[in-house]
Design a protein around this ligand. Structure first.
Ligand code: SAH
Length: 499
């Protein structure tokens, strides 16, 4: 169940698409979260509102922002272990019950029969599977993960405050986890994007996507000349300098900003950290291009690292299917889907969000892209209430987009999330004309693709409509999913035709 805590600043919620969070069991990863509504939550499902609270370390933005870090050339980060150690004063690592003196060697030994998932290359080690941990280890240390028989399983990063006690960097005993290891992983991640995008401009792209790029807890987005890091695990924090050096070297980006302010950090016992890592601070929004449309990305205050890059392909599909259609874009944020519908020739678009700031940005995007202002209406409202109201008013649409924030961070919360998804899908289906199209999404890690489709099917039954899936959607190709880490597939979408 999403929280309905009073929101703080609109537009600075943590990310969907940054890093799956822990949930206590394999296969129950939480998705990185989404969107903070700015209006007072009026529905039980309104989510992700960040509570107003005293500034935590690095959360105080400009006032508390440390000076830019040094800009040593790549390769000169000799001792990242000593240098990049996260601030210990925040929360001293708890020594797990199983901690023993194992002769000072950095290792973690699993209970008998608990090595199976690692042998299948799932990169997470849950605390319940661990028998012994060397007691001198501190947060972020690199550990050898061993089976009860002593067999080597992988090199991981130790995270004593998390239910995920270690995340694997590499499964080969001969690999050295050092600055060059991170440089190589980042080179490979960048090359992967180059292969996918070819000669297309790749200046608004996710360069590193956590586990799928072999770097748990590490997200790197590129917005034109600005790089943004989001580091959500103790291991990722330990190696920040090496990661930043490698990103700068591989991409040539001189400006790197850190947006480690996702909710999942709390589960790691890490503070929020938002600061300049390399180069100057962003002086204003960065203009990017996506599918020939321009957007201004606020990397300092925007949701997640500033923009929902994951919806690039689904927005392009909407654009192809919008001509002469009346479109309702629910949870529009800064207007990604709205601009696509207008550019695709929609006869009219109604764009809804509870955040005034997001709507203001969306309005600016219409002007920036010279799209017809007379064909769009921006509505500040709670989608749950508005859909019912529109039904009472007899409103009908040809296309509806439902791209809500995360309703269920973990599978344990899927039940409540299911109610939320069913509710909005049911009402949207009632608002669609026969032959109408529903673009419906879930970015809840706790809700599987299968469950999501069942929920949407249930909504169709209750709405009394015939419906069929025309297309399955997911995050864009720069957000890969590792086959050994299916939890990484947080964003699921269905294109459903009604009637
Ligand atoms: N579709 C957007 C991303 C949506 S993020 C894109 O393509 O960029 C989710 C959005 O939902 C946020 O902007 C948040 O402000 C909004 N939101 C959250 N709860 C809401 C509610 N109950 N009613 C309306 N908007 C809501």
């Amino acid at each position: 169940m999403p929280s309905s805590k009073p929101p703080s600043k609109p537009g600075r919620s943590p990310a969907r698409g940054s890093a799956p969070s822990q949930s206590g069991k394999p296969g129950q990863a939480a998705s990185p979260s989404r969107a903070t509504p700015s209006a007072k939550p009026s529905s039980p499902y309104q989510t992700s509102a960040r509570p107003s609270r005293p500034a935590r370390p690095a959360e105080g933005r400009a006032a508390e922002r440390p000076a830019p870090r040094d800009t040593r050339p790549f390769g000169q980060t000799e001792e990242p272990v000593a240098e990049a150690r996260p601030p210990r004063e925040h929360k001293p690592p708890k020594v797990p019950k199983a901690a023993r003196n194992l002769g000072g060697s950095a290792q973690l030994v699993l209970k008998p029969e608990r090595e199976k998932s690692l042998q299948r290359r799932h990169p997470w080690v849950f605390s319940g599977a661990v028998d012994l941990v060397e007691d001198t280890l501190v947060s972020g240390d690199t550990v050898a993960i061993r089976s009860a028989q002593g067999g080597f399983l992988g090199w991981g990063a130790y995270s004593p405050n998390s239910q995920i006690l270690a995340r694997v960097w590499d499964f080969h005993e001969g690999t050295r986890i050092d600055a060059e290891f991170f440089a190589e992983r980042i080179r490979k991640a960048a090359a992967r994007r180059d292969r996918v995008f070819g000669s297309e401009p790749t200046h608004a792209v996710r360069l590193v996507h956590g586990e799928a790029d072999g770097l748990p807890g590490v997200v790197v987005d590129r917005f034109a000349d600005q790089g943004v890091l989001q580091l959500t695990t103790a291991g990722a924090w330990r190696w920040r300098d090496a990661i930043a050096d490698a990103v700068a070297h591989v991409t040539g980006l001189e400006k790197l900003y850190e947006r480690s302010d996702a909710d999942v950090l709390e589960l790691e016992g890490l503070p929020h950290r938002v600061e300049v890592v390399r180069g100057e601070a962003p002086s204003g929004p960065v203009t990017i291009e996506e599918n020939d449309l321009r957007f201004q990305v606020d990397v300092r205050e925007g949701h997640k690292t500033g923009f929902y890059l994951d919806q690039r392909d689904s927005r392009a599909l909407l654009r192809d299917l919008s001509e002469n259609r009346e479109v309702l874009d629910c949870f529009c944020y800064t207007g990604g889907f709205t601009m696509s519908a207008l550019a695709g020739g929609a006869s009219y678009v109604t764009a809804v969000d509870s955040s005034k700031d997001a709507l203001a940005a969306a309005r600016r995007h219409v002007t920036l892209n010279e799209l017809p202002e007379a064909r769009v209406d921006f509505v500040e409202a709670d989608v749950f209430a508005l859909l019912r109201k529109m039904r009472d008013q007899g409103r009908r649409f040809d296309v509806i987009v439902l791209d809500p924030p995360k309703f269920a961070p973990t599978a344990a919360l899927a039940q409540n999330a299911a109610r939320g998804y069913k509710d909005i899908n049911l009402w949207a289906m009632k608002l669609l004309r026969p032959g109408g199209l529903l673009f419906t999404f879930s970015c809840s890690g706790g809700v599987s693709r299968d469950l999501f489709q069942k929920i949407v099917a249930g909504a169709a039954v209750d709405a009394g409509v015939d419906a069929r899936v025309l297309h399955h959607m997911s995050a864009a190709t720069d957000h890969p999913v590792s086959l050994s880490f299916p939890e990484g597939e947080y964003l699921k979408g269905l294109l459903v035709e009604i009637g």
